[in-house]
Design a protein around this ligand. Structure first.
Ligand code: ZN
Length: 441
């Protein structure tokens, strides 16, 4: 047989024996990859008479687009530690555990080594199926943004770690009444000097910024939303006491996301449902989708509330971890931006208070919890961590799907949605070792 070498000389990989998430359902198909992109096998066969240079047996695994986390403040826990915390918490005991794989990275800390911290977290995220993310900064003083932002570069993922899509700046233009774990002394309002001037005064630059969370009830926020949209920044509403009309107004001016729905906003009221009402609002511009972040860690949102949100607006649900530096550290005091947090059981509180402060859950655990809590399909659970965040960031042409021509960033999962291996640009960047497979998840 003569060799029908494909038009491109680059090697072609065929992933066999798998169920691919494509067109919103799992399909028994092979996945073809060349030069880091998903290949259309029909074109390969008929136009190029090409063939696979390498075949990989996936052992019946689910193949989903790589997870995208648009809100993560820092460090990565190890699952074994979390289980241990859980059992102690259920006993009502918060005893210190021996240090077990703590990383303690906080992106909001103004050191000269922010880049190292981002790299460390990026590498650890591969274990959880995350192939790209938005490092997130909590409300900080101006000098911190100027120190930290230039050190966080937008970059592709690879064996070194998950890709960086841009920074998520949560604050400082948020409400003091719903500040949550954000330090009140650094909160800001818009001055009337113009949105661009206020944004630059706070952040210094927006070059590497993908998302800004602000409170739409602040005077001057409307022009800030417009200014951010003009610069290609996704605007999210959160840490806010906005009523529904204010939230709708912000959406009409370009806001498209809600930061950790239910947390740090007015509770749902039937006469004015506040920001939560955006999920079923009829004032959303035609063709637009309002997305909303959910911290599905089993703590920040009651499963019944998770079900309400999901059933009301499934297409907008975006799973986020909101993970903090304390992830991976034993119980006790740790830093988040300019404040201390206390880890007690599976909870992270602002030290000395009952205010929840980010989560210590990982994305794959959130996917599993979300599916369990809502009874949604495997496809819906996976799309909430891949397709939806990609649509939110307007990058679904290249990420968040397994469509032909998109980046070959994907995750192999077992039937319980435990991560078996993670691929970026068609390369295996993490795989579960035999030793790790022994551990219960
Ligand atoms: Zn927050």
């Amino acid at each position: 047989m003569p060799s029908n070498k494909s038009v491109s000389e680059a090697p072609i990989t065929q992933m066999l024996n798998c169920r691919i998430l494509r067109d919103h359902r799992l399909q028994r198909e092979d996945l073809w990859v060349r030069e880091g992109k998903i290949l259309d096998p029909e074109k390969l066969f008929f136009d190029e008479q090409g063939y696979a240079d390498e075949q990989v047996d996936c052992g019946g695994a689910v193949v989903a687009p790589g997870f995208i986390d648009v809100q993560i403040n820092g460090g990565v826990r190890r699952p074994a530690v979390f289980r241990c915390w859980r059992s102690r918490a259920s006993d009502g005991v918060c005893a210190p555990l021996p240090p077990a794989g703590g990383y303690g990275v906080d992106f909001s800390q103004p050191s000269d080594r922010v880049g190292d911290g981002v790299s460390l977290v990026a590498r650890k995220l591969l274990e959880h199926g995350v192939t790209s993310f938005c490092p997130t900064l909590v409300t900080s003083p101006a000098h911190v943004y100027r120190k930290v932002l230039p050190q966080i570069k937008v970059q592709d993922g690879g064996p070194h770690g998950a890709g960086v899509l841009g920074v998520h700046l949560e604050g400082p233009f948020i409400s003091a009444k719903k500040k949550g774990a954000h330090p009140e002394r650094f909160l800001r309002t818009f001055s009337g000097a113009g949105a661009a001037a206020d944004l630059m005064d706070a952040y210094g630059a927006l070059d590497n910024v993908a998302v800004v969370t602000l409170a739409p009830e602040l005077e001057g926020s409307r022009s800030a939303v417009g200014e951010l949209r003009r610069r290609g920044v996704t605007v999210s509403l959160g840490h806010s006491v906005a009523n529904l009309a204010q939230a709708e107004e912000a959406v009409c001016h370009g806001a498209s996301f809600i930061t950790h729905l239910f947390n740090a906003m007015l509770p749902f009221h039937h006469r004015d449902p506040g920001i939560v009402g955006l999920l079923t609002s009829e004032r959303i511009p035609p063709g637009e989708t309002v997305f909303y972040g959910m911290i599905a860690d089993g703590i920040h949102t009651n499963p019944a509330a998770l079900r309400i949100a999901h059933r009301a607006h499934p297409a907008g649900l975006v799973l986020v971890t909101d993970a903090i530096a304390a992830m991976g550290l034993p119980p006790g005091r740790h830093t988040l931006g300019q404040q201390d947090v206390e880890i007690c059981g599976p909870h992270a509180y602002l030290a000395g208070t009952q205010t929840l402060s980010g989560s210590i859950a990982a994305m794959d655990a959130c996917v599993r919890h979300f599916k369990r809590a809502t009874g949604c399909s495997v496809e819906e659970a996976l799309e909430a961590a891949s397709l939806h965040p990609a649509q939110l960031l307007a990058i679904s042409e290249r990420k968040g799907t397994l469509d032909f021509g998109t980046h070959a960033d994907f995750v192999l999962l077992d039937d319980e949605l435990n991560v078996k291996a993670t691929f970026i640009s068609g390369r295996e960047v993490w795989t579960k070792t035999a030793e790790e497979q022994q551990k219960p998840t």
